[in-house]
Design a protein around this ligand. Structure first.
Ligand code: FUB
Length: 311
């Protein structure tokens, strides 16, 4: 109020900011999961630090995609007995007014180690979250997929699918209604490998006009060539035939553009991709910032290459 009055006295006009500017908020934040809860935009990213310091999540909320409020330490490893480090790639879904935050922890490299994909729960998107299961939901490798980079997709019939997997393998599984485990597929299996060509990690799914858009990251996450590609299918389980890359570095703007999510603005046919990238001044793998750009489609519903901007 004081600020606006001051401008009025000097005869200047307040000009509302139209764009957030990229990055969306300060700090090293990667693997952003963007969602809309009750007309409010939320982003849940990885706090991008060396794995031993990567022990908590911050979240960010906004009413206009322009100004962002930080919610500090919505979950940290002190609330999860089995997790000690490398908390990353949160995925969130609301169900029956509870917020379920799926996360990877400990960066396990073998079935002998403790860690994997966990679930935390809260009554509010901004936390605080507590461990929901008291143990990982997935604690080992299935079909060669490292248990990381989870994403939860709710289909129109109310079924929930978990997509996840590092080390170039991607699995899909059907979550039980209460997210405590999985319902088997008709053939009795729990984890179905759906890995598309060139897949590395970071799966994401959205549905548009009845078709399933499955997306993922390619390349090495510490390198400049990290990127996002996609497929379109008629079923949530594929088959997912790779169509091509839609997000990649622009050597004039930033490198390593990948691990993303997509939001559609309610009531408008407008889509945005929220992703991380590395500023040109940075070489360290963890120096990643969260950005947003528009996602556009052609007349056949194919995704046009994303133009990455500073806006
Ligand atoms: O943030 C750690 C890793 O970097 C994620 O698991 C990958 O998807 C990559 O973004």
């Amino acid at each position: 109020f004081v600020f606006i009055t001051a401008l009025q006295v000097t005869g200047q006009k307040t000009v509302p900011k139209k764009h957030s500017g990229n990055p969306l908020f300060p700090g090293w934040y990667a693997d952003p999961e963007a969602v809309i809860f009750d007309r409010e935009y939320w982003i849940f990213p990885t706090f991008s630090a060396p794995y031993n310091q990567q022990v908590f999540f911050d979240a960010f909320s906004s009413e206009d995609l322009v100004s962002w409020k930080k919610h500090s330490r919505i979950l940290d490893t002190s609330a999860i007995k089995w997790a000690s480090r490398a908390l990353w790639a949160p995925a969130i879904i609301e169900k029956d007014q509870k917020y379920f935050l799926f996360f990877g922890a400990n960066d396990i490299q073998s079935d002998q180690e403790k860690g994997g994909i966990g679930v935390a729960i809260s009554d509010n998107p901004g936390g605080p979250y507590r461990d929901y299961l008291g143990k990982p939901l997935i604690d080992r490798f299935h079909n060669g997929a490292q248990p990381i980079d989870q994403f939860v997709f709710r289909d129109d019939d109310g079924s929930h699918y978990l997509y996840y997997g590092g080390w170039r393998h991607c699995n899909a599984a059907r979550l039980k209604d209460d997210f405590t485990g999985f319902d088997p597929f008709p053939d009795g299996s729990i984890f179905r490998e759906i890995t598309p060509e060139n897949y590395v990690e970071g799966p994401f799914m959205f549905k548009k006009n009845g078709r399933y858009y499955f997306m993922w990251s390619e390349g090495g996450w510490t390198g400049p060539d990290y990127s996002v590609a996609y497929a379109i299918a008629d079923s949530p389980l594929g088959p997912f035939k790779r169509i091509g890359k839609i997000l990649q570095q622009n050597p004039a703007i930033a490198t390593g553009a990948g691990h993303h999510s997509v939001i559609s603005i309610p009531g408008k046919d407008r889509y945005y991709i929220v992703y991380h990238r590395r500023p040109l001044t940075e070489k360290d793998g963890n120096s990643r910032v969260t950005c947003i750009d528009e996602l556009l489609f052609d007349e056949n519903g194919l995704i046009k290459p994303v133009v990455i901007t500073h806006e």
